[in-house]
Write a protein that binds this ligand. Structure first.
Ligand code: S3P
Length: 441
């Protein structure tokens, strides 16, 4: 069990200066997976050394892949080729990492050996049928627990069949899982999405020489494709930057620059939503970082207004809602989010847990089946007190930032999982001016 860690955050203060947030979690997972399956050596830079992506790394080491590093975000993956993975000698434990579990499930379904995927208590509550059902249609043999959850027991089959699958939920993890399984299928595997989701898998597969075909919201990969190693430069994670975008927007006298943040169009919902709320964010120095676009983001304090969040932005900002709810709590007027039932099956039920924490801070929030209505406090400060993150990394960081507008200290409980996506968060935030201390609670 990780130590039960808490944050104690002093009220008020501001954020200033340059803040370099760690590498993108989604891209880091994919770099290991594709690097391991490629022919040749892949050098990765900017890799996120967080517990989630390190779990993926350990899983591939457990399947015989030699990986040097990571050291300061740099590593060398000695690709074993499409058919070079070895049977793991023990269950692959991916901890809290939903992306690792769902993507690996697809990849393992096509291997000639049996494997088992396990995760921590939170991951073991999350729905896995969304991947195991379409994989079963491809002929995969995967057993879940009775509730359709982990552990996942994967047995080899002689040949996966290709599929043309229309996803019922907009999920990049489901899409990526099926595309990875598709590499081992007998023809073209195609996945259509009901709304645009992050496309890092497609971009990286193309960089690794796979002939990915994309038509609007449908993507196809050819069965039997081989991958060729290619360098991967991981941009800073916009999902981690989001806490500073919100923190600097709500604090008085703030001015923060976040260099080289990934601005893939499938991930920039947080910029769209914050700007629609009146945030002062300048996107400068746009450039390409391998297959991914990046830019420097400069954010200064602003008076925010509540908005109705457009449905099309929901999948593009899916991981940023805990931070966005804090922005909404500090805005003038009401913010309404609907069409976001997916938030209920993330690392925690992010609607319920955020609403409970906001209530502790004196913010009125009405829980809806698929979203939330938040009554912003405008110029009035938030209250302080103790909030429980329920072990959800993004909720812990969101409430730490809320202290910038609180009248008394905020204690955030159960923060150890911040290490899954943002190791060093407290030190980095403290360096920028947040009055945050870590404590064992
Ligand atoms: C991810 C996809 C999203 C996101 C998760 C990372 C990915 O999940 O919430 O943090 O790397 O593909 P869903 O596919 O469940 O929407």
């Amino acid at each position: 069990m990780p130590p039960v860690r808490a944050y104690r955050v002093a009220p008020g203060g501001t954020l200033r200066g340059e803040v370099r947030v760690p590498g993108d979690k989604s891209i880091s997972h994919r770099a290991i997976m594709l690097g391991a399956l490629a022919d040749g050596d892949t050098v990765v830079t900017g890799f996120l050394e967080g517990a989630d992506s390190l779990a993926t790394l350990a899983a591939f080491r457990g399947m015989g892949v030699a990986i040097e590093g990571p050291e300061a975000g740099r590593m060398l993956i000695r690709g074993v080729g499409r058919d070079g993975l070895q049977a793991p000698s023990a269950p692959l434990d991916v901890g809290n990492a939903g992306t690792a579990m769902r993507l690996l499930c697809g990849l393992l379904a096509g291997q000639p050996f049996a494997s088992k995927l396990v995760g921590d208590a939170s991951l073991s509550r999350r729905p896995m049928r969304r991947v195991t059902e379409p994989l079963a249609r491809m002929g995969a043999d995967i057993e879940t627990a009775e509730a359709g959850t982990a552990p996942l027991t994967i047995r080899p089959v002689s040949q996966l069949e290709s599929i043309d699958y229309a996803m019922p939920v907009a999920s990049a993890q489901v899409k990526s899982c099926l595309l990875l399984a598709g590499l081992y299928a007998d023809g073209d595997t195609c996945v259509s999405e009901p709304a645009v989701t992050r496309d890092h898998t497609e971009r990286m597969l193309a960089t690794f020489g796979c002939r990915v075909r994309r038509q609007r919201q449908r993507v196809c990969v050819p069965g039997g494709a081989r991958l060729t190693a290619a360098p991967v430069e991981v941009p800073a994670d916009i999902s981690s930057a989001a806490f500073f975008l919100v923190g600097a927007s709500i604090a008085e006298g703030a001015d923060v620059t976040l260099p080289a943040v990934g601005i893939n169009p499938t991930r920039v919902g947080v910029l769209y939503i914050l700007k629609a709320m009146g945030a002062d964010i300048a996107v400068t120095n746009r450039r390409q970082c391998g297959a991914e676009p990046v830019a420097d983001l400069r954010v200064r304090s602003a008076r925010l207004q509540g908005i109705e969040i457009p449905a099309a932005q929901v999948p593009l900002a899916i991981d940023e809602f805990p931070a966005l709810f804090v922005a909404a709590a500090c805005a003038d007027g009401e913010t309404l989010l609907t069409g976001a039932e997916e938030l209920r099956v993330k690392e925690s039920d992010r609607i319920a847990v955020m609403a409970a924490g906001l209530a502790q801070l004196g913010v009125e929030a009405e829980v809806l089946p698929d979203g939330i209505r938040i009554q912003g406090r405008g110029a009035a400060p938030l209250g302080g007190g103790s909030v429980d993150s329920h072990g959800d990394h993004r909720i812990a960081m969101a409430f730490a930032m809320a202290a910038l507008r609180a009248s008394t200290p905020i204690v955030v409980r159960d923060c150890a999982n911040v290490d899954t996506s943002f190791p060093g968060f407290a030190a980095l935030a403290a360096g920028a001016g947040l009055g945050i201390d870590e404590a064992v609670a």
